[in-house]
Design a protein around this ligand. Structure first.
Ligand code: IMP
Ligand code: MG
Length: 190
């Protein structure tokens, strides 16, 4: 086990079960509709890979980014959105798949940018949510788990300073791991 991890919040088995349930919920909404799954890089890649393999319907899969500028723990201010230039959004039902919703700022900006491109609908599927940290209002149609309070978590795609994404479970980061020198305060993809 990774020495930076304190408590395991969601085991590999618990995650697998929940992803299957979420896929069933998602399918019941999109059946037969032209679906585009927009995976938010980098954190959303593992959750999305699991989710789409349980979707029993056709979908396009594209990759988007929402970058914020911070110290690796706290996203701050406005988000910068990157949408691929070669994707047709018009008329598509878009499901944005993300690891975690924190303040909600990145997702709000991302949903607005995709809607502006003429998508028929835009819904959000986040594996984790920290409602206590919300700063802007957004609808999250599909949520794996709502975390109480605001612990910083890693694993299953989620990182701290670029590390721990590949852990097969989700756990809290030990305070000692956070105290290690923070990466330089430059623009960083989260
Ligand atoms: P928001 O714009 O504040 O909602 O930021 C959401 C983004 O912050 C997520 O996509 C993550 O990249 C990052 N983030 C927020 N909380 C955590 C956490 O507990 N662990 C790892 N990344 C997090
Ligand atoms: Mg992220």
């Amino acid at each position: 086990m990774d020495e930076a991890v304190g408590q395991i919040l969601y085991s590999r088995e618990v995650i697998e079960e929940r992803v299957k349930e979420l896929a069933a919920q998602v399918m019941s909404v999109y059946r037969e509709k032209p679906l585009t799954v927009a995976v938010v890089l980098r954190g959303g890649f593992i959750f999305a890979a699991d989710l789409v393999r349980h979707l029993g319907q056709q979908c396009d899969i594209v990759f988007v980014r929402a970058s914020s500028y911070g110290d690796g723990r706290r996203p701050k201010g406005a988000a910068t959105i990157e949408l691929p230039a070669d994707v047709t959004w018009k008329g598509r039902h878009v499901l944005v798949v993300e690891d975690i919703i924190d303040t909600g700022r990145s997702m709000k900006a991302l949903v607005a940018a995709i809607a502006k491109k003429g998508a028929a609908s835009v819904r959000v599927c986040a594996f984790l949510d920290k409602p206590a940290r919300r700063e802007v209002e957004i609808d999250v149609e599909f949520t794996g788990f709502a975390i109480e309070g605001s612990p910083f978590v890693v694993g299953y795609g989620l990182d701290y300073a670029g590390r721990h994404r590949n852990l097969p479970f989700i756990g809290t980061l030990k305070p000692a791991a956070k105290r290690k020198p923070a990466p330089k305060k430059t623009a960083r993809k989260r």
